[in-house]
Ligand binder design. Sequence first.
Ligand SMILES: *Cc1c(COP(=O)(O)O)cnc(C)c1O
Length: 394
Amino acid sequence: MNATLLDRLQQELDDRRTTTGLRRDLVVSGPQGPTLGVAGATLVNLASNDYLGIAGDPEVLESARRALRDHGLGVTAGRVLCGTRTVHGQLEASIADLVGAEDALLYNSCFDANLGVFDALLGRDDAIISDELNHASLIDGIRLSSARRRVFAHGDLADLERCLAECADARHRLIVTDGVFSMDGDIAALPRLHELAQSYDAALLVDDSHATGVLGATGAGTAEYFGLTGGVDVLTGTLGKALGGGAGGFVAGSWAVVETLRQASRPYIFTNAMAPPLAAAAVTAIQIARGRPGLRERLAANTAWFRDALRDLGYDVLPGQHPIIPVMLRGRSLARDVAMALRDEGVLAFALSYPVVPAGEERIRVQVSAAHTAGQLEEAAAAFERVHKLVDCA
Ligand SMILES: *Cc1c(COP(=O)(O)O)cnc(C)c1O
């Protein structure tokens, strides 16, 4: 090992250990579900993105098993070589159908989709205008494109309009936003973004990773939630959250958008195709997400109940509708202490601190699922009640 590089890495890790602390992965045993096994204990799981509670659905798992038996595990080739199977096309068609788009293209993750979409669609004469709180993968994907870049203050439509006006000379303008922002659980003001896009002849790209399957009567996402189906030009999303949680991402849009990506998007072309068992599981997960609207009703009821319970206990909860519930503690050590105390009381939820959220906005992020029983939510609320003394003493 090169000593110069080694020294620098060790130095930086030491610094990080004393400032923000080093990240340590929590090792979980057993399958994903409303409870999780951690270090021999069973915790109520308020930390996963399994919003519809179908990651462990028997039909989803059986589809994967059947595909494993019939097609094997991996295809050891890209989509453009001998990696494509019927199930990839089926999954692309069911994604397009779910979100109401002409076509869709699969990636191995939404991170990949976001890395591959901008460079393929835009060039140096174009401008990308991006919300400052957009997901890391959008930020990186935008960096990979040769288009001009502008960042607008989070949800600030006046600032967005200023950026649009500044980029009036560009060939295309593309407004980029998360549909639901993962730290605050707030929903982008799509109707206003869409209006601004119309008046400045801009296109609109929405990353609906936290919304597909979750928002809208049929689970089509943020656009459906606002009655704006068809109003988004380019939609990106994940199969790793509400849609079964296996893995995979996608871009959906008009035929020409998707065909251009098929021809030119590097993370689509230069990588191994999605393993058929994952694709088959996702097809079934989408059928369930569409076919059981009761799951979304259950999710909404669970979310409303838990939001109210936390508020009644005296917690400062950011308002909203989404199952992401930010419990504001506004102190780094307080957020960490509350998360640790919750774990001792049988609840898994994570503390988020700088640099993930701004300093002073430290919080516990709670994520509710349709799979949580009333008993599990009551148990979790009781744990929050017991740890509230930490907040009172702070
Ligand atoms: C989770 C998430 C991603 C990444 O999705 P993966 O499929 O896990 O790579 C991208 N964008 C947003 C907004 C997300 O929340």
